[in-house]
Write a protein of this length. Structure first.
Length: 242
């Protein structure tokens, strides 16, 4: 089940206005060109920014997400008519023979159990052509990003066209082992509505991620840094043998 932030229509409409700077996706578009990818599957595509960007560059793109509300936003974007949108869980993606599969943002960390993550990686392997690549990012647990997830450091007041002034912030609700849970709150000035979205992320270290990829039959070619969060994330480049 997708978090309310992505699956509640009123909140899904806020996702892009509250995070308009998506230069973090430039590295994925650059890698698609670097690898000569023609067919791309974006797992956890959300509101479809990357999928539409790649489709507008002439690639054949499939965007997959379990949140119907986010996909509704995606379908209204320029270039959306060139994308195949699938309302599905990551573990149920079809074997498309893709050149490249991507998981941006926190997508790889929402699969909190070993079984969920293994199922996703198996589905990815089946979705790739021999020699095709998986690229995803995951936060380095050693950096403890969650220490900044509190109201004092995350509070914002933003005026969103069509929604009016919005107050939003994040509260850490639990952190133990490699699981971190937090709540995002949204307060709408227009009608006083208060909506919340609860999320949990799994923080796997580099060795654990590499081991899980090997277990799924994927070869790790390289681990890069995230240009938008230098030193804070791993960007894994893995390949299906063949």
């Amino acid at each position: 089940m997708a978090d309310a932030l992505f699956n509640e229509p009123r909140l899904a409409e806020l996702y892009d206005p509250l995070d308009p700077d998506r230069r973090d996706l430039d590295v994925y578009a650059a890698m698609a060109a670097e690898f000569g990818a023609v067919t791309v599957m974006d797992i956890g595509c959300g509101t479809g920014t990357l999928a539409c960007l790649l489709a507008q560059r002439g690639l054949t793109v499939t965007g997959v997400d379990p949140a119907a509300a986010s996909l509704e936003v995606a379908r209204r974007k320029p270039g959306a008519d060139r994308v195949r949108w699938l309302h599905a869980d990551a573990a149920a993606v079809p074997p498309l023979g893709a050149d490249l599969v991507t998981m941006t943002g926190n997508v790889a960390q929402v699969f909190v159990t070993d079984q969920e993550w293994a199922a996703v990686l198996l589905a990815v392997r089946q979705a790739l052509r021999p020699g095709g690549r998986l690229v995803f990012e995951s936060r380095d647990p050693a950096k403890k990003a969650w220490l900044e997830w509190n109201r004092d450091q995350t509070y914002r007041r933003v005026t969103v066209p069509g929604s009016g002034p919005i107050q939003t912030w994040i509260d850490l609700t639990a952190a133990g082992g490699d699981l971190v849970s937090f709540r995002t709150t949204f307060v709408f000035a227009s009608d006083g509505a208060v909506l919340t979205s609860d999320s949990t992320l799994r923080f796997r270290d580099r060795a654990e991620l590499a081991g899980s990829l090997a277990s799924a039959g994927l070869v790790v070619d390289e681990v890069r840094d995230a240009p938008d969060r230098p030193g804070l994330e791993f960007v894994f480049l893995a390949r299906k043998p063949g």
